[in-house]
Design a protein around this ligand. Structure first.
Ligand SMILES: NC(=O)c1ccc[n+]([C@@H]2O[C@H](COP(=O)([O-])OP(=O)(O)OC[C@H]3O[C@@H](n4cnc5c(N)ncnc54)[C@H](O)[C@@H]3O)[C@@H](O)[C@H]2O)c1
Ligand SMILES: O=c1ccn([C@@H]2O[C@H](COP(=O)(O)OP(=O)(O)O[C@H]3O[C@H](CO)[C@@H](O)[C@H](O)[C@H]3O)[C@@H](O)[C@H]2O)c(=O)[nH]1
Length: 480
């Protein structure tokens, strides 16, 4: 029986390995982690991450050919294929701080693999890493190998949160990069056979190592760039009276452009886009390509601009101050159908409003109060380290309350900010909400999910990203 071990039981390691176990009953899969609480949660009824469909997949295989364990060394030693899916946060100190990927966790995993291995292994990069990481990992492994042979493959993951199970069942492509040597080709073939259990052969792409590593960074940069492009257009739409939804529909109808990923928003979030672009920027700079670095930096600058612009709209609309006003925040996760808050635009928006002394009342169906408080007090990039190594939140932000109901959050509020596109927000009783708010009552829709005309009829003053402006907002500056 082929044995797979995955180091890192997170958003990628957990779902990816659960799907491999489900689709390959003949393979034994162990997912290991240094975080005891994470592993305990994977072994309980309350999985550590919320992902539609994940529960069912885990329940079908757990205890049969899928195991979650903290005995990292044992499972690595026994495995034929070791996936490494650990954190690769942005460095906060030293060389490349604020841009480069911090490979501490990767390096310690590689050293541990070399230490405990007693048989040849294929080591698979599942984490998103800088180009040429495989070379560094190869060096660590071979210099410590005691005669054991390791083949390194790059197999970046393209799943998106909220649709992870769907994406894993039916991927656009699986990408496997390896050394172009007989041993390298053999290793690529072995991993290909795993995916071939359910992925059609023509969707399994094989490349050299560096192309696979770079393709992952490139794909995320292209995706994020589309959002920054449409968000940049949203500002121009507001200035001209065009409607960004109509513009992106018309643009996306061009088959060369395509309709997906053109939704204007308060900004993109998530653990990957910003981190991976910063990483790309750093790699370009290190390779003497400042113009290319500058080009990709702009994607992040526009994203920051979009979040600032949103906060400025809120404050400017409400007589240039939100001091002591209650603002309801509907949605804190970085997108719907996940409880993940890493780099969520809600953090920046809330911090902006708190900076103007607002009182914020937050409701998100999947995010706990503890998480929100930690997010609002943590330093940038600290969120991307293993849970037990993150600083405990020393203080709580007093002007923040978290509630478990949208009606409670909006009661007596002056304004509402919709920051995540949860389906349930589309069906709220806005008349009831309006009746229970201070007047004038404002809605700032950062996800373009409300029916603007209906809300204006009820009496709300409505701002919706990239839509023709409410007369109330017309003469107010977008960016103060
Ligand atoms: N989240 C996504 O949607 C996504 C998608 C594609 C790629 N990625 C990439 O995959 C990687 C993992 O991302 P994630 O979202 O799953 O992160 P995560 O924080 O959810 O999971 C990483 C896990 O690795 C564990 N870990 C760290 N060092 C370890 C070690 N030495 N031994 C054992 N366990 C260790 C941590 O405790 C943590 O549970 C990152 O490089 C990320 O960029 C993420
Ligand atoms: O038209 C759009 C599409 C997305 N978003 C926002 O962009 C962010 C990222 O969304 P999405 O890409 O759907 O989720 P992620 O889980 O971050 O997935 C991205 O990052 C992963 C980690 O690298 C990759 O594996 C995926 O392919 C890539 O889509 C979220 O805040 C979305 O709300 C928009 O604002 N407008």
């Amino acid at each position: 029986m082929v044995k797979i071990c995955c180091i890192g039981a997170g958003y990628v390691g957990g779902p990816t390995m659960a799907v491999i176990a489900l689709k390959c009953p003949s393979i034994e899969v162990a997912v290991v982690d240094i975080s005891v609480s994470r592993i305990n949660a994977w072994n309980s009824d309350q999985l550590p991450i919320y992902e539609p469909g994940l529960d069912g997949v885990v329940k079908q295989c757990r205890g049969k050919n899928l195991f979650f364990s903290t005995d990292v060394e044992k499972h690595v030693r026994e495995a034929d294929i070791v996936f490494v899916s650990v954190n690769t946060p942005t460095k906060t100190r030293g060389l490349g701080a604020g841009k480069a990927a911090d490979l501490t966790y990767w390096e310690s995993a590689a050293r541990m693999i070399a230490d405990v291995s007693k048989s040849d292994k294929i080591v698979v990069e599942k984490s998103t890493v800088p180009v040429k990481t495989a070379e560094a990992i190869e060096k660590i492994l071979t210099h410590n190998s005691k005669g054991i042979k390791f083949q390194i493959l790059s197999n970046p993951e393209f799943l998106a949160e909220g649709t992870a199970i769907q994406d894993l069942f039916n991927p656009d492509r699986v990408l496997i990069g390896g050394r172009e040597t007989p041993e390298g080709n053999k290793a690529v073939q072995a991993l290909k056979e795993v995916y071939a259990h359910w992925v059609p052969e023509e969707r399994i792409l094989t490349t050299n190592l560096w192309s696979a590593e770079l393709s992952k960074l490139a794909a995320n940069a292209f995706l994020a760039q589309r959002i920054s492009s449409v968000n940049a257009m949203s500002a121009l739409c507001e200035a001209t009276g065009a409607d960004v939804t109509q513009v992106s529909y018309a643009v996306g109808k061009d088959t060369r452009i395509g309709p997906k990923f053109l939704n204007a928003s308060v900004g993109f979030g998530g653990s990957c886009f910003q981190k991976d672009i910063l990483n790309l920027v750093y790699i370009c700079e290190c390779n003497g390509l400042p113009e290319v670095a500058e080009y990709w930096k702009q994607v992040i600058k526009i994203n920051d601009y979009q979040k600032n612009r949103f906060v400025n709209r809120v404050v400017a609309s409400m007589f240039n101050t939100v001091s002591n006003k209650k603002i309801a925040i509907l949605g804190f996760a970085f997108k719907k159908d996940t409880g993940d808050t890493r780099e969520t635009p809600a953090i920046d928006v809330c911090k902006g409003l708190l900076g103007d002394k607002a009182r914020v009342s937050i409701y998100d169906p999947q995010v706990t109060e503890d998480q929100i408080q930690r997010d609002l007090t943590m330093n940038k990039f600290d969120w991307d380290h293993p849970l037990h190594l993150q600083p405990m939140s020393p203080t709580t932000v007093k002007q923040v309350t978290c509630v478990w109901d949208a009606y409670e959050a909006t009661k007596d509020a002056h304004g509402i900010c919709i920051l995540t596109e949860w389906d349930e927000f589309k069906n709220l009783d806005f008349k009831k909400i309006y009746d229970n708010m201070q007047k004038p009552a404002f809605v700032f829709d950062g996800r373009n999910i409300v029916n603007v005309d209906q809300l204006r009829e009820i009496g709300f003053i409505v701002y919706s990203i990239g839509k023709p402006l409410d007369p109330w907002l017309k003469d107010m500056p977008a960016v103060a």
